[in-house]
Each structure stands twice: as structure tokens, then as C-alpha cells.
Design a protein around this ligand. Structure first.
Ligand code: LIP
Length: 266
């Protein structure tokens, strides 16, 4: 038996309630890497989500940020980010989310990105549109970079890996109307779907960061690919480029120009 969107939404809201309880309280912060944090709120949210999934959909496979891959039977795969934006959560900026998606046969069919502080649930079912409450989501119409508000992020190995997105950032920031780094990939994608920002790209993410958000953007009329234009966004390490179709093409051209410049050294 497969879940319905309302089931995924209920799970995301339940996890969001846990995050609200933890938010603004002193936290124990552990390190998965130099700047890759995990808190008890990540773990508590994930424990809740996995417990509910296993109770109501026993035997279905799960890929979750903190506990990794859990094999199952059948074609369903849950992709769970219990707290997307952990660094913000640990430091204080009120920008984080719960991201839950369900893929069947490798294709994401259901996705929810939930902001527990604003209580905004961005939801999508493949082929049935993307929604924020009763409002149907539609990507923005920016058709020139200089008209576009862009958002991006940086990988956790930003300090040790020279391929850390600064090259694309430097090239695009001066060609756009504005650039933001919000700190939650799931919300970045939800905001592209809602037309709040016009384009988003990021490198070396994980499937749980982007699975729900990529469905939101696709169902809102946007285009989502890897930075190189290939379709398999969820292939690890994930890279993502999301925008309305016209702007997606323009961003692809600029990204290729940066790549060509790096390869030729000119
Ligand atoms: C984060 C993403 C963010 C990215 C960070 C990290 P987490 O996910 O939401 O966009 O820049 O490197 O991947 O770790 O907070 O779930």
C-alpha cells in the first residue's frame, strides 16, 4: 500500500512540531564534518518519521539523512530530511524545514517541504500540481538574468575543496538582480516553485535534500536538472539547477561558460 499526499503531509507536520519544541532551546551539537552539524532535534525528528513510516508502511525502503539507507520490499522509497537547514537551526536564523518524498520505481511521486515556523507546507503529487494550502504554485516568469533573484548554497567541504561553487557564484551574482544563500535546499526549491525566487542551483547535495523540492518545481511548471543539464538529479552526489524553462536555459549557458573558462584557463 502506498501513502497518499495527505499522509506525507501529516508526517512532515508531526516532525515540524518536534522541531518547534527544540528551536531556540540550548542544543547539543555534534559534528559529522568540520562544518557539517547534527543536533538532537535532527535525531528526534528522524526517529519520529522513521517510526511512523515503519508503523504505517512496514517493509518500505527509506533513505534518511541521519540513519542512512534502510532496505525494504517493493518499489517505494521514502527520502527523508528530518531537519534541512541544521546549521541555521543550531545558530538561530529561522530558516529550516522538514523534507519528505516518496519515490516509486525511482521516480518521485509525492513530496512535501514543510517550514514549521511559518507553518507553510509546500506539497506536490506528480501530475497533480504543486500547492501551498489552497494556492496552486507557479514558478516565476523572469526571462533575463538581470531580472532574476537567485539562490544557491555551498557544500560542506567548501573549505577544503576548491570546487565549492564560488566560481559559479562569482560569475552569476554580478549578472543577476540579486543573490541569496538561505541555508535550506528544500526551501530554496519550494521558493522556486512558489515564484518567490527565480532560480536555484547547488552542488554536492544529497537525495533527501532535493527529492521533494524537485517535484515541487516540476509540478509548478519549472525545469530541474543537474548543473550539466542531465536529468538524473538524485544520482549522488546530487547537483541541481531549478528555474522556469527560459531562465533554466540561460543559467545553463552561464554555467557552461564558467566551466569552459576553467578548462581553457582563459
Ligand atoms: C543543507 C542544505 C543546504 C546546503 C548544506 C546542507 P542539511 O542540508 O539544505 O542547502 O547548502 O550544505 O546540505 O545538512 O541542513 O540537511
Amino acid at each position: 500500500m502506498l501513502p497518499e499526499l495527505k499522509d506525507v503531509l501529516a508526517l512532515a507536520r508531526g516532525a515540524g512540531e518536534i522541531l518547534r519544541d527544540f528551536y531556540d532551546r540550548p542544543l547539543t551539537v555534534e559534528h559529522k564534518g568540520a562544518v557539517d552539524l547534527v543536533t538532537e532535534s535532527d535525531k528526534a525528528s528522524e526517529a519520529y518519521l522513521l517510526g511512523e513510516i515503519r508503523r504505517r508502511w512496514p517493509g518500505q525502503a527509506i533513505l534518511a539523512e541521519e540513519s542512512g539507507a534502510h532496505t525494504g520490499q517493493g518499489e517505494a522509497l521514502w527520502l527523508v530530511d528530518p531537519l534541512d537547514g541544521t546549521t541555521n537551526f543550531a545558530h538561530g536564523p529561522p530558516i529550516f524545514s522538514v523534507s519528505v518524498a516518496v519515490a516509486v520505481g525511482g521516480v518521485v511521486q509525492l513530496g512535501v517541504g514543510y517550514d514549521p515556523l511559518r507553518e507553510e507546507a509546500f506539497c506536490a503529487t506528480r501530475g497533480q500540481g504543486a500547492w501551498l494550502g489552497e494556492r496552486r504554485l507557479q514558478v516565476g516568469r523572469a526571462s533575463a538574468l538581470v531580472e532574476s533573484l537567485l539562490v544557491t548554497g555551498f557544500p560542506y567541504d567548501q573549505g577544503s575543496n576548491p570546487d565549492n561553487n564560488l566560481n559559479y557564484f562569482k560569475h552569476l551574482v554580478v549578472r543577476s538582480r540579486g543573490m541569496r544563500r538561505l541555508g535550506s535546499a528544500a526551501l530554496d526549491l519550494a521558493y522556486v516553485a512558489a515564484g518567490r525566487v527565480d532560480g536555484y542551483w547547488e552542488i554536492r547535495l544529497q537525495p533527501w535534500d532535493v527529492a521533494a523540492g524537485m517535484l515541487l518545481v516540476e509540478e509548478a511548471g519549472g525545469r530541474v536538472t543537474r548543473l550539466n543539464g542531465e536529468p538524473d538529479v538524485l544520482r549522488q552526489p546530487c547537483s541541481v539547477l531549478a528555474a522556469n524553462p527560459a531562465l533554466h536555459g540561460l543559467l545553463r549557458q552561464e554555467i557552461e561558460a564558467v566551466r569552459a573558462q576553467a578548462e581553457t584557463g582563459v
